[in-house]
Design a protein. Sequence first.
Length: 130
Amino acid sequence: MLFFFPQAYQEIDWTQQPEFLDQELQQVVRDAELGKRLVDKLVKIYRQGGQEAWVLVHLEIQSQEESDFSERMFTYNYRIYDRYKRSVASLAVLGDERANWQPNRFGYELFGCRVEFQFPVVKLLDYQQR
């Protein structure tokens, strides 16, 4: 977290033990009919100041672009919020080999109604020389 997502790291109270919510994530994935994603993690953490927050860590390891990745991130985020009424931070780590594929948003607009979802992404390929 410190290396890839320093803002999140700074806001987390690391004196509190994180709790992995595998059952809750499996239910959301099942509800969303998106298939089982074994590398996704939903974690309950506490922020500095004591507020509870949930973090969805989505690890995508593949060698090709996936056109609906951003939409799936949006779907997971709103399904978790809708089901559990918890603030959710969605963080993505991409392990593919395509330098120009860096999805970090999903949205649409219709009749003046606008939905926009943005999430931080780390591309492992960007760290290849380190």
